[in-house]
Design a protein around this ligand. Structure first.
Ligand code: XCC
Length: 657
């Protein structure tokens, strides 16, 4: 076996300390035996740079890089005179730019596809949900009555294109923002124009010698981040639903046990649904199925990972093998016959691990080539050219399997796919679909509030541990949890995304879950589908009884094991939208500085949300619950539990009468 140069002279990994995922742990033990290195090993042997970690380093010009002292942040300035606040704000801005660019570019790809499907240039995809197309068009003021579908859809395309290219004015989905929240944005000057303009301007501002006031930089960060959340990400979600269908709950299998030793196993990992949609076609292609059988396989087993996996399991019931920190470990099974990837969160380390197990690692997107991987470009006008080739390579590898195979025999089942539309229906039924029952249950105190727990896994934390402990504590305290991204896979593996998990919830939430038949933890989709959470909180405001703006709601958000710049962009758009957002692992800002105070306190005073930080899941839960309680008090519903007692007294009165 080709070993990647592991571990001689390096610190040995304490496997039990780095993950709570049993399948990943089993594979890390096998990796050690096989002499294969993963990101867990590299993290253990790579001390995070202490200056960079605190964002006290500036390399935006070549007079430096300049290093300031995070322990005494105002003792020094950079060569140009930049203060710690300027340096941290600029670094933060660059993360927001990169994260927003990733989601908006993804959304723009979906929009390009939508246009070319409409104008007939692309024939391999269609419009699965025309009704949603009409609804989205109507939601931003496009006339839909008595018009041809094509005309409405084309108007929608042109309108949404402004999300990216508009030079002046407000992005189209600003029309969906609750009035009072939008008023705050206008007052603060943070309504995005177009994503391209906002990201370009923020890159400009954060270059040497331009914007050197942390408050002004923060304002531009909010605009760029909102162009992601209410722009690029929301376009990605809505157009994916229109093209590929709106998710509704489905029981899906999660964990590495979904791999089958006697089948050709293909994993798709990345973010965009189009590659994966065509994979579904290719693995069902009769000639390819026959070729797999001829090679001695019982069939072809298609499996997802990370966010593209999340897009697919809710639309097609495709099983999911695990989250970000399991992508190398899954290759160690020796059972993966091909891994196809598109964009985002694709570790370069996959190349060496794939090489060790003779698994073809196939890049497909022109934006993402990796040295040492095979590139088979995916073209939307001929998608099967790429996806059939992935299947063919996988069958070839299956036929010549030479590696011992060890598949962790662990499979968990979860119910996922709670789109905003489905939540509406689930709570209200088909005749009176609405958020009223949710708001009522928050007002009467059965549900204390709603928390979004989202985001990555990070080898600096024990994999999945913080996600799972945090969510358990939240639901125990009657907080309904909604989830996206890798976090929901952590909870699915822990068995908390099933209706039966209601027994772990507090009495009020348990009662609601049992009545509706829903899990206390609702998986709503991939990272771009955080936009579904924005729509859900908007609906809560519009339904009434919980204040006038998103900032009034008893809600909070968290990315407890984040690692990606995309998470920073998401955090900033939730904060700017009015949500208290707590991050774990690390926060790239020095406490006690003016910029820290601005993000962690002053934004809230201006009618937005604010940032929070804690590492321990119980500390995070305490912060989120305290915030929810603060909002309940401001709404005058903090005594609601006593109202429940009054209801019981009423009932006794009635019985006595
Ligand atoms: Fe990537 Fe989206 Fe993070 Fe997972 S959660 S590690 S960004 S795959 Ni969005």
């Amino acid at each position: 076996m080709a070993k990647n140069e592991i571990i001689s002279g390096k610190k040995e990994l304490d496997i039990n300390a780095v993950t709570t995922c049993d399948a990943t742990a089993q594979m890390l033990r096998k990796a050690r035996r096989d002499g294969v290195e993963t990101a867990f090993d590299r993290a253990a042997n790579m001390k995070a740079c202490p200056i960079g970690k605190d964002s006290a380093c500036c390399k935006h010009c070549f007079m430096g890089p300049c290093r300031l002292n995070a322990k005494d942040p105002y003792s020094k300035v950079g060569v140009c005179g930049a203060t710690i606040d300027t340096i941290m704000a600029r670094n933060f801005a660059r993360a927001v730019c990169a994260g927003s660019a990733a989601h908006t570019d993804h959304g723009m790809g979906m929009l390009d596809l939508f246009r070319d499907v409409l104008n007939g240039k692309i024939k391999d995809y269609g419009i699965k949900n025309p009704q949603k197309c009409i609804e989205v068009a109507a939601s931003i003021g496009i006339e839909t009555e008595d018009r041809e579908f094509y005309d409405v859809a084309m108007d929608l395309y042109h309108e949404l294109e402004r999300t990216y290219t508009q030079v002046d004015g407000e992005i189209p989905f600003a029309k969906r923002v609750p009035a009072k929240t939008l008023e705050t944005w206008r007052k603060e000057g943070i309504v995005p124009r177009g994503a391209m303009r906002e990201i370009m301007e923020l890159m400009h501002r954060s270059t040497m010698g331009v914007d050197q006031h942390y408050e002004n930089i923060t304002q531009a960060c909010s605009r760029a981040a909102l162009a992601d959340g209410w722009g690029g990400s929301m376009v990605a979600t809505e157009i994916s639903d229109i093209l590929f269908g709106t998710p509704s709950p489905v029981a899906v299998e999660v964990n590495m046990g979904v791999l089958k030793e006697d089948q050709v196993n293909i994993i798709i990992h990345g973010h965009e649904p189009n590659l994966f949609e065509s994979m579904v076609e290719s693995v069902n292609e009769p000639t390819l199925v026959q070729a797999a059988k001829d090679a001695g396989a019982k069939g072809i087993n298609l499996v997802g990972m990370c966010c593209s996996g999340l897009e697919m399991f809710v639309r097609h019931g495709v099983p999911h093998a695990g989250n970000f920190m399991s992508t190398e470990a899954v290759l160690v099974t020796g059972a993966v016959d091909a891994m196809g990837v598109d964009v985002q969160c694709i570790k370069q380390g996959l190349v060496k691990v794939a090489d060790c197990y003779k698994t073809p690692l196939i890049t497909t997107n022109p934006r993402c080539h990796i040295e040492g991987a095979t590139h088979v470009e995916f073209h939307e006008h001929d998608p099967k050219g790429c996806t059939d080739e992935i299947v063919i390579q996988a069958i070839g590898r299956f036929k010549n399997r030479s590696m011992p195979i060890e598949i962790p025999q662990i499979v968990n089942t979860g119910v996922h796919g709670f789109s905003h539309e489905y939540i509406n229906y689930m709570l209200g039924g088909s005749f009176r679909a609405s958020y009223t029952p949710l708001n009522d249950n928050i007002i009467n105190g059965r549900i204390r509030g709603v928390a979004g727990v989202v985001g990555c896994t990070n080898p600096r934390m024990k994999q999945d541990y913080v996600h799972v402990e945090l969510v358990k504590e939240l639901i125990k305290n009657d907080v309904l949890v909604v989830q996206t991204g890798c976090s929901q896979i952590a909870l699915a593996k822990a068995g908390l995304t099933t209706p039966e998990a209601a027994h772990l919830a507090g009495p009020g939430l348990k009662e609601v879950c049992e009545t509706v038949g829903m899990p206390p933890v609702l998986g709503v989709g991939a990272c771009v589908d955080n936009s579904r959470i924005l729509i859900a909180v908007t609906e809560m405001v519009k339904t009434g009884g919980l204040g006038d703006s998103i900032a009034d709601l008893p809600v909070a958000g968290c990315a407890p094991e984040f690692m990606s710049e995309k998470a920073i962009a998401i955090g900033q758009y939730f904060v700017a939208s009015g949500v208290y957002t707590v991050f774990g692992v690390t926060f790239p800002i020095v406490e006690g500085t003016k910029f820290h105070k601005h993000l962690f306190q002053e934004l809230e005073e201006r009618g937005m949300g604010k940032w929070g930080f804690a590492v321990d899941p119980h500390d995070i839960a305490a912060k989120m619950i305290a915030h929810i309680d603060k909002k309940r008090k401001a709404l005058g519903i903090d005594k609601a539990r006593e109202r429940v007692l009054m209801d019981m007294a009423d009932r006794r009165d009635m019985e006595a009468a």
